[in-house]
Write a protein that binds this ligand. Structure first.
Ligand SMILES: [Zn+2]
Length: 321
C-alpha cells in the first residue's frame, strides 16, 4: 500500500534501475582492457532463460578470441572472432563481475559465467525476476536491430539533439528517458541532467525556449562526461563492482528530502508508474511542487502547491499539541 510505504518514509520505487550510459560505457572500457585477446574456454549457464536466441548457440563462442566490446544504448556488445557477437542487456539488476579463472557462479543469482584463458566473467541478477537478456548473433549486420533509435548524446550536434527531443511533444523527463529519443539515458541521469539545466522535469519539450534547449544539450553532455570521468577514476585498473543508480555524489536522484547541493532546498519527488523523479523545487520549478498521482490522491485538497506551503504544513504538523 502506498500509504504504508509513505509512513515508512521510503518509497518502493526507490528500486535499483537499469545501468545507464556512464556505467555501461565504463563496463565496456574495463571489459576491453581485461578481456580483449583472450579466448573463451568454457561457458557455464545454469538456466537457459537468459539466452534469447538459439542459432548460433552460446557454445559457438567456445574457442573464439575476443576482439572488442562496444555499447548499443544500454546494451553491451561482445565482439568475437568469426563474426560472432553477444549482446547483453543487464536490465535492472544484472551486474558483471570479473575474477580468476573458474570464479564461482553464485547460486540463485548467478546467471552465466564465461571462462576465458586468464579470467572468468560472471553475470548475476539480484531479485527474483529474470529480466537480463543475452542474444547471440552472427554478423555485424545483425547489430543495428538492437538500437532503439535515440540520438547518442556524444555523437550528435545540438540541432540533431533538439530535433529528436522535439519530434514528439513530451515532458522533458520522459523525452530524455525514452530510448527512441535519446540513447543511454534513464531515470537517474535524467534527474541529474534536468537539475543541472535548471529545468522542470514536467516541462513540455515543445515549450522549451531555444536557450533552454541549448542548455539542456550542454548539460546532458557535461553531466554524462562528469560521471564517465568519476566512474572511470573509481574503476581504475580494476573492474566496476559497485554499479548503482544511487550515488552519494548525485545532486537530486535518490535524494528525496535531502538538501539540494546548489540551494539547500529539500529535494522533492514525483511518483509515477514504476518510478519516481527527483527535482529541486527552487532550482527547477520556481518553487512549485509538481503534482503526483499517489501524493495527490493521499493529500487531496491540502496538496501543497509550493515549497512554502509544504514547509508550513510540515511546521504545523511538527508543532506539539
Ligand atoms: Zn536547488
Amino acid at each position: 500500500m502506498a500509504s504504508a510505504c509513505l509512513a515508512h518514509g521510503r518509497h518502493p520505487f526507490y528500486a535499483p534501475s537499469v545501468p545507464e550510459l556512464p556505467d555501461v560505457a565504463i563496463y565496456v572500457e574495463r571489459l576491453s582492457a581485461h578481456l580483449v585477446g583472450q579466448r573463451v574456454t568454457a561457458i557455464r549457464l545454469p538456466s537457459p532463460f537468459l539466452v534469447r536466441t538459439f542459432d548460433p548457440p552460446l557454445t559457438a563462442t567456445i574457442g573464439k578470441q575476443v576482439r572488442g566490446f562496444s555499447r548499443i544504448g544500454k546494451r553491451i556488445v561482445f565482439e568475437l572472432e568469426e563474426d560472432l557477437f553477444l549482446v547483453l542487456h543487464l536490465m535492472i539488476a544484472g551486474r558483471l563481475h570479473l575474477g580468476d579463472i573458474g570464479k564461482k557462479l553464485p547460486g540463485r543469482i548467478g546467471l552465466l559465467a564465461i571462462d576465458f584463458e586468464r579470467s572468468s566473467l560472471v553475470l548475476t541478477e539480484a531479485g527474483t525476476k529474470r529480466r537480463a537478456s543475452l542474444h547471440v548473433v552472427r554478423g555485424r549486420a545483425a547489430l543495428p536491430a538492437f538500437a532503439r533509435g535515440g540520438v547518442e548524446p556524444f555523437e550528435v550536434d545540438e540541432p540533431t539533439f533538439v530535433a529528436a527531443l522535439q519530434r514528439e511533444n513530451r515532458t522533458v523527463k520522459r523525452a530524455l528517458c525514452d530510448p527512441t529519443i535519446v540513447s543511454g539515458v534513464g531515470n537517474a541521469y535524467s534527474d541529474e541532467i534536468l537539475h543541472r539545466a535548471r529545468l522542470s522535469p514536467m516541462q513540455r519539450t515543445s515549450n522549451l525556449t531555444e536557450e533552454e534547449l541549448s542548455r539542456l544539450f550542454d548539460c546532458t553532455r557535461v553531466v554524462l562526461e562528469e560521471w564517465l570521468e568519476r566512474l572511470r577514476r573509481e574503476a581504475g585498473e580494476g573492474f566496476p563492482e559497485k554499479v548503482t543508480a544511487f550515488r552519494p555524489e548525485m545532486a537530486v536522484h535518490g535524494k528525496y528530502k535531502q538538501p539540494c547541493p546548489v540551494c539547500g532546498t529539500a529535494v522533492q519527488r514525483i511518483v509515477y508508474a514504476n518510478n519516481e523523479c527527483n527535482y529541486c523545487p527552487r532550482c527547477q520549478t520556481e518553487g512549485k511542487l509538481l503534482a503526483d498521482r499517489v501524493l495527490s490522491r493521499l493529500l487531496t485538497k491540502d496538496f501543497p502547491r509550493t515549497i512554502e506551503d509544504l514547509e508550513e504544513i510540515a511546521a504545523a504538523r511538527g508543532r506539539p499539541g
